[in-house]
Ligand binder design. Sequence first.
Ligand SMILES: *Cc1c(COP(=O)(O)O)cnc(C)c1O
Length: 400
Amino acid sequence: MNLSYLFSRDDNEWNMSSDIIYMDYQATTPCDKKVFNEMLPFFCKDYGNPNSVHVMGSRGKEVIEFARKKIADFVRADDPKEIIFTSGATESNNLAIQGVARFYRGKGNRIITSVIEHKCVLETFESIGREGFEVIKIPVLKNGIIDLQALENSINDKTILVSIMTVNNEIGTIQPIDRISSICKRNGVLFHTDAAQAVGKIEVDASKVDLMSISGHKIYGPKGIGALYVRSKPRVRLSPIFFGGGQERGMRSGTLPTPLCVGLGKACEIAQAEMSEESKKLTKLKDYFLEKIFSNLSKVYLNGDTEYRIPGCINLSFEGVEGEGIMLGMPNICVSSGSACTSDSLEPSYVLKAISIREDLAHSSLRIGFGRFTTFEEVDYVSSKIIEVVNKLRAMSPLW
Ligand SMILES: *Cc1c(COP(=O)(O)O)cnc(C)c1O
């Protein structure tokens, strides 16, 4: 493996080699250079521990509080104190779910989520289920939207928490957060949402929920930082999962990574300024892409709701071909397939299973993710390439 590019500071070398096209913005996003530049002074120059009382410490604390305010403004929290820094959405989800469940266990033991959550939510529910909590998983309809009637019916007087994601990472479907919020309020149940795929793409509003998870690297910030919004009026309580110096109002001990906090703040500031234009651009690219695919290939299906979805996440099934096969046919293009190729089994995605698409179509799926740096030329090239590869594979397939 040639890693020599890592040691070059020529600015052009920081860009990806030009023959690779990145269309996997749901897996992660490149760090915006404006974010990266803002972080730099806090590695080697202003490196004081933000908990220290001396001048270096207070500088660190000041920039962290400034970043916290930007994040709070962006998610429309009332008070920056409601933002708790974490290492990412995985930790935020763990803290929200374990923290609420353990703190409120005197009130009840039923906790509710959906079948299409990210693994870090589902696995946390599984784990906490082994501590005596009763876990209910709400099904989704064929469009990927959760069954609101099933949610309503599953809430009883022992229910303490509902956790439903705002936008799904595989099919891009947007959940009816307003309606889930009013169901939870009416029943006096706390509502947590994993907004890792929503923030920076659609308007999110912390006033609708009690807890909200966000991730830095999904919004052109650095990896290894995220945040959890925890409502303060009325106050939501959490049992911490990390113990130590009592940082983050005792909810998350550990020295804050100043550069990463600054990076997350900057990423939110940029997203706030550019979100509406970016969304228009992505919608145009998506429309062009889908129009070209559908007019050149038969038996291609768009997974997830056609209307309630983010424009940058396109999940398609190409009948008669394997998603992995398409990927092998275009090795310089970074997309994802709907099957996780584990050691010896090709398991189709549980999200695609949950929206009850045919098993063969689940194996035929491809997730194509557009984002801030996607160009029209790239979309045009990738769509042509997909058409070419799918036609070639279908021509070779005895089943087609
Ligand atoms: C990426 C992602 C996560 C995990 O976030 P990390 O910051 O990588 O831990 C959680 N939920 C959703 C919906 C995601 O897309």
